[in-house]
Write a protein that binds this ligand. Structure first.
Ligand code: PLP
Length: 341
């Protein structure tokens, strides 16, 4: 859900057979529950707004949650108010571990996650409370080192051994890359191999489950954003989408992904044709009145670019429309499904 909760995309993912969704808030849980009656939501934000765990449990049947401290465990216990031991056992509580940054473009272990020893203590508390303990981590987004998953699972193994608790499942998080141009990401098989090898070293119960929460890898390639040049002034382009719209990810520190681009123009007869030719760098500004609404780096585009031309930014399905705002009245939300033959 985090990488792209747009309904047209969710429908495609559902149609492809996915029935489990990683959600972080009640609105996300509600969106899935209302749309897909047979889907299961996992509430995987380690710190939740008060009352939301209880409502997710009672109203939407959520049975798995993540924690990285004891207070959240107590809160889940109080809010769900489960007394029957069999029902308590039905609640799966994932403990989130922190992992070292190894090959990820964006780390995700400094805000949430504990080390293996603190994780082991939490696992014991989950088990003592009669819930079902499980483990999770996130190696960081756009991780180009499959070994990072192996290392993370080794930390899980240390936590399991230190706790002496039987673990019902492992969730290896997200982080799987999309094949952006210039990013040396190995094939997906290398990731599955690393996870499979590490899995062999874990003490697993017979029906232990393995989950993952891919965001970027599922949706980056499927979506292009078609923008239009509102005005060209020399090397400056004012276009109808920007960093308050679909391009927030471009503003991340050290983020240098070169999303593929194509340019199109409408001819006098109304036909839309692709524009080629030599390229030059442009400074690109979004449509709002805000000075910060500009792309952080110059972008190479054809010399001949002019007002009303279209620029397609490809491979932007992840963390694009998920982050757009309606700042200054601009909210790009027109969807077109393209069948490529
Ligand atoms: C808890 C959690 N799971 C999964 C994801 C998806 O990660 P990615 O898009 O890197 O696969 C994220 C994203 O940051 C996340 O915070």
């Amino acid at each position: 859900m985090k990488a792209n909760p747009a309904p047209p995309l969710l429908d495609l993912i559902y149609k492809a057979g996915l029935r489990h969704f990683d959600t972080a808030s009640l609105p996300e849980v509600k969106l899935i529950a209302d749309r897909f009656k047979d889907a299961t939501c996992h509430f995987m934000a380690p710190i939740r707004i008060r009352g939301t765990a209880g409502e997710a449990y009672r109203k939407y049947g959520v049975r798995s949650f993540v924690i990285d401290d004891e207070r959240e465990l107590k809160r889940i216990d109080e809010e769900t108010g489960i007394t029957l031991p069999s029902e308590r056992k039905n609640l799966k509580i994932f403990v989130r571990l922190a992992t070292p940054v190894d090959g990820a473009f964006l780390e995700l272990s400094s805000k949430f996650g504990v080390d293996y020893a603190a994780g082991a203590e939490l696992l014991k508390k989950v088990a003592a409370a009669g819930f079902t303990p499980a483990l999770t981590f996130h190696v960081g987004s756009l991780c180009i080192r499959p070994m990072a998953y192996r290392q993370a699972l080794e930390i899980c193994r240390d936590a399991v051994e230190a706790s002496g608790v039987e673990i019902a499942g492992f969730d290896v998080g997200g982080g799987f890359p999309a094949p952006y141009p210039g990013v040396p990401a190995p094939e997906m098989d290398a990731y599955f191999y690393a996870i499979r090898e590490a899995r062999k070293t874990l003490r697993l119960t017979r029906n232990a489950e393995f989950f993952c929460e891919p965001g970027r890898a599922l949706c980056a390639e499927g979506i292009s954003i078609i923008t239009q040049v509102i005005r060209r002034r020399d090397d400056r382009l004012y276009i109808n989408d920007g960093v308050y719209g679909s391009f927030d990810e471009m503003t991340l520190p050290d983020w240098n992904i070169d999303y593929p681009r194509r340019v199109f123009m409408r001819t006098g007869t109304g036909k839309v044709v692709e524009v080629g030719g030599p390229r030059r760098p442009y400074r690109i500004y979004g449509p709002t009145c805000d000075t910060l609404d500009k792309m952080p780096r110059p972008i190479l585009l054809p010399h001949t670019l002019t007002d009303d031309d279209y620029i397609e930014f490809g491979m932007v399905g992840a963390y694009s429309c998920a982050l757009r705002t309606a700042f200054n009245g601009f909210y790009p939300d027109q969807w077109v499904e393209v069948q490529e033959s």
